[in-house]
Design a protein around this ligand. Structure first.
Ligand SMILES: CC(=O)[C@@H](O)[C@H](O)COP(=O)(O)O
Ligand SMILES: NCC(=O)COP(=O)(O)O
Length: 240
């Protein structure tokens, strides 16, 4: 069965829009756990556009499930991650001006930094996952860093338009999953997944965990937060 990681970033986006106290991402995380989330994902961006440092520190001891902290490979972020000691740390690429995480981490290009970050975080007690594109060369490099997990970036699939383009992206993911599993990695996936496109990813098999945020926050406007989480969880567990 695939675990659902509920990403609470965009609960915080709404709060930061007016720098007020609501909606509270901590409350959202705890309610998501009650509604069936298997873990909570949050991304502490360098520009602090959504999640704030205090959210990470406050949430860590309150979670009944697991914390998956996403962060860039910078000295500041590694220090926070080693201090908070989340169950999982997912290393992601970041560009200040991007609207959202546009691509996977280039492990080949930043091999030394990635390998050193993996060692530092594993030493401090967190499991490390690398957020990468479904590309054999990146997966091979990920294995060499010592990371035990990869999260495949599903953004290209989510944005693909037209049957052929979608089929091509699914095929890339299928090959990436098979190759990563053959290398002994745990395979997660996420980004841009929503209620209509998630089941094709579930059907691929081999994935341990899907991290989903923006679509759940958006759906909660109409259905309420807990139902939005429950309905996503049902799509992950339904036979396809
Ligand atoms: C790495 C990743 O995919 C997430 O962190 C998620 O998409 C939400 O954060 P952003 O929208 O700020 O990229
Ligand atoms: N790592 C991907 C993630 O956490 C959720 O991304 P999104 O559903 O907000 O696009």
């Amino acid at each position: 069965m695939i675990d659902l990681g509920v990403n609470i970033d965009h609960v915080a986006t709404l709060r930061q829009q007016r720098h007020c106290a609501y909606p509270d991402p901590i409350k959202a995380a705890l309610l998501a756990e009650q509604a069936g989330a298997d873990l909570i994902t949050l991304h502490l961006r360098e520009d602090r556009r959504h999640i704030q440092d205090k959210d990470v520190y406050e949430l860590r001891p309150l979670l009944m499930t697991r914390m998956n902290l996403e962060c860039a490979i910078t000295p500041e972020m590694l220090k926070i991650a080693c201090d908070v000691k989340p169950h999982d740390v997912c290393l992601v690429p970041e560009r200040r001006e991007e609207l959202t995480t546009e691509g996977g981490l280039d492990v080949l290009r930043y091999f030394e930094q990635t390998r050193d970050a993996v060692a530092q975080l594993e030493e401090s007690g967190s499991r490390v996952s690398l957020f990468i594109d479904p590309d054999e060369k990146q997966i091979e490099a990920a294995v060499k860093t010592g990371a035990r997990i990869i999260e495949l970036h599903t953004g290209a699939y989510a944005e693909a338009v037209g049957e052929q383009a979608i089929a091509d992206e699914i095929e890339r993911l299928r090959k990436g999953i098979a190759f990563a599993l053959s290398c002994g990695l745990k395979v997660n996936a996420g980004h841009g997944l929503h209620y209509q496109n998630v089941q094709a990813i579930v059907a691929l098999g081999g994935i341990s965990e899907l991290n989903i945020g923006h679509a759940i926050v958006a759906q909660s406007i109409f259905d309420g937060w807990e139902k939005a989480v429950r309905d996503m969880k049902a799509l992950l567990t339904a036979k396809v």
